[in-house]
Design a protein around this ligand. Structure first.
Ligand code: 5GP
Ligand code: ZN
Length: 110
C-alpha cells in the first residue's frame, strides 16, 4: 500500500499544493491539470476506489467539501464537473480513491 502516491501526499512525503484539509480529507491541485481549476479531493484513509467507499458519513462529508471548494473557487454559479475514475477500464491511474473537481472554463460535453 505504501507505494501509494496519494498516501505519500497525505503524510507529507510528497509535496502538494493544498486547497483544503481536515482530519478526514485532503484536497490539492492536480499536478497535470486538464482545466484551469483541477483539484483532487481524497480521503485520508486509503481506499482503492469508489467501489470500496462504504462509509456513508465519509461520502456525505466529501460531498460537502466538494460544494465548499466549488463556492470558494467561485464555480458554483457557472458550473463545474466532479468525476471519479474506477479501475482499469475507467482510466484510474492512481489506486487511491479521489474525486476530480474540474472547472474554470466551459468543459467539453464529452
Ligand atoms: P486518475 O487517472 O487516477 O483518476 O487521476 C490521477 C490524477 O492524479 C491525474 O490527474 C494526475 O495528474 C494526478 N497526479 C498523479 N500524481 C500526482 C502527484 O504526485 N501530485 C499531484 N498533485 N497530482 C498527481
Ligand atoms: Zn493511498
Amino acid at each position: 500500500m505504501n507505494d501509494c502516491v496519494f498516501c505519500k501526499i497525505i503524510n507529507g512525503e510528497i509535496p502538494s499544493t493544498k486547497v483544503y484539509e481536515d482530519d478526514k480529507v485532503l484536497a490539492f491541485n492536480d499536478i497535470n491539470p486538464i482545466a484551469p481549476i483541477h483539484i483532487l479531493v481524497v480521503p485520508k484513509q486509503h481506499l482503492d476506489s469508489f467501489m470500496d467507499l462504504e462509509d456513508e458519513e465519509l461520502l456525505v462529508h466529501i460531498h460537502k467539501i466538494i460544494k465548499q471548494i466549488a463556492k470558494e473557487k467561485e464555480m458554483d454559479e457557472k458550473g463545474f464537473r466532479v468525476l471519479t475514475n474506477i479501475g482499469e477500464d475507467g482510466g484510474q491511474a492512481v489506486k487511491h480513491l479521489h474525486f476530480h473537481i474540474l472547472g474554470g472554463t466551459k468543459l467539453p460535453t464529452r
